[in-house]
Design a protein around this ligand. Sequence first.
Ligand SMILES: [Zn+2]
Length: 360
Amino acid sequence: MRWSFRLLTLFGIRIEVHVTFLLLVAGLALLQSKTTPVWLTVSELVLLFACVLLHELGHALAARRYGIQTREIILLPIGGVARLERMPEKPLQEVVVALAGPGVNLVLATAVAAGLAAQGISAEQALLKSDQGVLEFLLMANLAMLLFNLIPAFPMDGGRVLRALLAMTMPFARATRIAAHVGQGLALLFAAAGIFILRSPMLVFVALFVFLAAGEERALVQSRASLSGLPVSAAMVTAFMSVETRHELQHAVDLMLAGDQHEFPVLEGGRYLGMLGRNALIQALQKEGPNAPVGRIVRLDVEPLEASWPLERALQVMRAGRHSAMPVVMRGQLVGLLTLENVSELLMVQEARQRHAGVA
Ligand SMILES: [Zn+2]
């Protein structure tokens, strides 16, 4: 997510603010200069997002206890996101990490309520008062965040807690599927309430967001689960074409036009040397002409994957290097090509198989 810039660094975690959040602050500042009362003043907004930041830090610091680092925390107009480098694998750890955020709001709300009580104002009085001060606002904001995040629907923390609790007694993918269905069911109820009872477009919008996020989480976990345990060799293309360093560029162009392969492994004396991609080929064709040897434009920095590697590890390498196709070797011999296109086909096949077997 670009369009965000660093605000500060806390506990070694980059805290970023998204530009849309600044637009929101600027918009409120403009509105505030008018005499009409505004639903939220700029200072309240800043306090609110300080609470959001503390909530996200709660998640990040709890994850750190399990050796999981947080890449960054981003503040968005709709809330915050703590980007953990990975999710905890043990269900109990996921429960702790998920509850740490709302836990911060509970502590804050309790502290504010205590502060109000010292002034002789009870929590109920504070929430019902018409002329609310900063403390009353903070109490309300933290209670709202606490309750909202405990709704058992992805991407809210409650959804993660539900999934982790289910995962204690069943496989992770199945737990995710059930938790996602619960989240989507709740989202539909919220949307219906937003349309028919409360007439609140905001609630409908939030419900739609929750519905989509729950579906996304399910798809992500599902695809990871159906690929887990498979080796690279199960997903690689074995009917592929390669070129030799001594071949002319025209030969590679002919191969590219004759089939649907965009990336070619380049061999030298029968052994894998590097990769040749479509863009490099087109550029070289223009600069060097069709008779130049392939060896002059081969990419040498693409290390081949091993056929026996777990597919998940190979996909990580592909994503990290932004490769759409990578060579696969077995005992030093080039035996296949792993392409993102083929992996997604394998995913479809696996899903169809599971549906047929009645597992899904
Ligand atoms: Zn949270």
